[in-house]
Design a protein around this ligand. Structure first.
Ligand code: FAD
Length: 233
C-alpha cells in the first residue's frame, strides 16, 4: 500500500498508527473494526516488529508462546497452535504473518517508511506527521506503537570503527545466513540476547568469547515441544 502518494498534499485519516509490531497490528485491527479510517506506517518491510528485526541465532521469547496469541479473535486463536512452550523467532514471526494475512492487516500499512516528526497543530486539532519519504499525514489521533526496544544502541568502544572483521548487531541481524564455521567470534553482552546468541553460535565456531560489564541472571527456560502441532490448519 502507498497511502501517501502525494507529498505536496497532506493525506487525512482518522488515526495514524506508527509501528507494525504486535501492538500496532492490534491497534490497526481494533480501530478498523470500530469503523475508523486508519493508516499504519512501519520502517521495516513487513509486520512483526522486534520479531521482524531480531533474527539472530537463538532468538526466542522468555514468556510462554501462548501469551503471544491474540485473544481478541476466536478464529485466530483456534487456527494456530505453538510447537514449543517458548517459541523461537521464526515461529513468532510466522504467527505475526499469519495474523496479518488472516485479518488482512497489511493493506492498511505503508512499509519501508519511517516517521521523522509528529507535531500537534493546536489550531487544527491534528497531528501532522512527516515521513522519510517526504510525505505528510494528518489525523486527530496518532498512536505510537513503536515499542520499547526498536532502536539499537551501538556500544561505545574505542577503536571499534577500525575493527576489520564482520560486525553484527542482534537487532539488525541480516536476513541471509551467516557462515560462522571455523571463525573466532566475540559476543558483547551477556543479557538474554547475548546468552541466546552464545548458545547457538558457540556450536559452530572455533572460539567464542563473551564479555559483559555486569553479571546477568538468566534462568534456563527448558523449552519443550507443545502437545499440539504448529502451523495454521
Ligand atoms: C528476542 C526477544 C525476546 C523477547 N521476549 C519477550 C517475552 O518473552 N515477553 C515479552 O513480554 N516481551 C518480550 N520481548 C519484548 C518485545 O518488545 C515485545 O514482546 C513485543 O513484541 C513488542 O511489541 P510492540 O508492538 O510494542 O513493539 P515492536 O515489536 O518493537 O514494534 C515497533 C515497530 O515500530 C517500528 N518503528 C519504530 N519507530 C518507527 C518510526 N519512527 N517510523 C516507523 N516505524 C517505526 C519498528 O520498526 C518496529 O517494527 C522480546 C524481545 C526480543 C527482541
Amino acid at each position: 500500500m502507498n497511502a501517501m502518494k502525494n507529498a505536496e498534499k497532506p493525506t487525512r485519516c482518522d488515526i495514524i498508527v506508527v509501528g507494525a509490531g504486535f501492538g500496532g497490528m492490534y491497534a490497526i485491527y481494533k480501530f478498523r473494526e470500530m469503523g475508523f479510517n486508519v493508516v499504519g506506517i512501519e520502517a521495516a518491510s513487513d509486520v512483526g516488529g522486534v520479531w521482524y528485526w531480531n533474527r539472530y541465532p537463538g532468538a526466542r521469547c522468555d514468556l510462554m508462546s501462548v501469551d503471544y496469541s491474540y485473544g481478541f479473535s476466536d478464529e485466530v486463536q483456534q487456527e494456530w497452535t505453538w510447537s514449543e512452550q517458548f517459541a523461537a523467532q521464526p515461529e513468532i514471526l510466522a504467527y505475526a504473518n499469519f495474523v496479518a494475512d488472516r485479518l488482512e492487516l497489511r493493506k492498511h500499512f505503508q512499509f519501508e517508511t519511517r516517521v521523522t516528526s509528529a507535531i500537534w497543530d493546536e489550531k487544527a486539532k491534528l497531528w501532522r506527521t512527516t515521513t522519510d519519504r517526504g510525505e505528510v499525514l494528518e489525523a486527530p489521533f496518532c498512536i505510537m506503537a513503536t515499542g520499547p526496544i526498536s532502536i539499537p544502541k551501538d556500544p561505545e568502544i574505542d577503536g571499534i570503527s577500525r575493527f576489520k572483521g564482520q560486525l553484527l548487531r542482534a537487532q539488525k541481524w541480516p536476513h541471509e545466513p551467516i557462515d560462522f564455521s571455523g571463525k573466532r567470534v566475540g559476543v558483547i553482552g551477556t543479557g538474554s540476547t547475548g546468552i541466546q546468541v552464545i548458545q547457538e553460535v558457540g556450536k559452530l565456531v572455533t572460539n567464542c568469547l563473551s564479555s559483559s560489564a555486569r553479571q546477568a541472571g538468566p534462568c534456563p527456560c527448558g523449552t519443550m515441544t507443545s502437545a499440539r502441532n504448529t502451523t495454521p490448519k
